[in-house]
Design a protein around this ligand. Structure first.
Ligand code: AP5
Length: 210
């Protein structure tokens, strides 16, 4: 199954992608995580992307389109994948269509802006594997340590309240129009992402299996 998870920053795309990928045994492809990895490794692309990410802006389309094209050509994507955070603009969605990729469903996670700002302050991510936690809603078993790899949990620079507001603005202007794009293709499934993680996962799985 080939799925896209759409939603505002902090709507729970990464959290839901992880649950669905474990359920379907397919890889999650997070462009945000891939760009952060490139930055950590000091590649030219990563360094170029830094200023965009830190300010809450989108990285240029041609950069992300290239990354995704290479990634989905890998053998582990043959039976499907979840795209988490891509596409984020109409040109990115058109590029995906032009690659001949047949997306089965697009899951749009709906969470209010107020709730997003509150959620982001409690998010912590593993600096080694990128897994995402929340101090209140999804805490790690051991404080400040990743359950999966034992890595250290840190706060993302772009989770500061002012940057989150900038990211929300970008989302409403550039990414939200994708809902109409995929609705016209008959692929859009809306999921209420305001419930707790377990309930949201139930709703997400229902949307995939309906
Ligand atoms: P990216 O890393 O993709 O960030 P994002 O879309 O802004 O999304 P997040 O990772 O912040 O949130 P999420 O929806 O995955 O939520 P999560 O599950 O972690 O992108 C970062 C940057 O990279 C962009 O700003 C841009 O610069 C660049 N970029 C990436 N892709 C790009 C593209 N295609 N084009 C151009 N630029 C691109 O959950 C959030 C928190 O809430 C966590 O703490 C979690 O534990 C908690 N939580 C989750 N679900 C629930 C729930 N149901 N109840 C309570 N808490 C919950």
């Amino acid at each position: 199954m080939k799925l896209i998870f759409l939603g505002a920053p902090g709507a729970g795309k990464g959290t839901q992608a992880e649950a669905v990928c474990a359920h379907l045994n397919i890889p999650a492809i997070s462009t945000g995580n891939m760009i952060r990895e490139a930055l950590k490794s000091g590649t030219e692309m990563g360094l170029k992307a830094k200023s965009y990410m830190d300010s809450g802006a989108l990285v240029p389309d041609e950069v992300v389109i290239g990354i995704v094209k290479d990634r989905i050509a890998q053998p582990d994507c043959a039976n499907g994948f979840v795209l988490d955070g891509f596409p984020r603009t109409i040109p990115q969605a058109e590029a995906l269509d032009n690659m001949g990729v047949k997306i089965d469903r697009v899951i749009a996670l709906e969470v209010s802006d107020d709730k997003i700002v509150k959620r982001m302050s409690g998010r912590r991510v593993c600096e080694s594997c990128g897994a995402s936690y929340h101090l209140l809603y999804n805490p790690p078993k051991v404080e400040e340590k990743c359950d999966k790899c034992g890595g250290t949990l840190v706060q993302r620079k772009d989770d500061l309240p002012e940057t989150v507001k900038a990211r929300l603005k970008v989302y409403h202007e550039q990414t939200e129009p994708l809902k109409g794009y995929y609705k016209r293709q008959g692929k859009l499934y809306t999921v209420d992402g305001q419930e707790d993680v377990a309930d949201t996962t139930k709703l997400t799985l229902q949307a995939i299996e309906a």
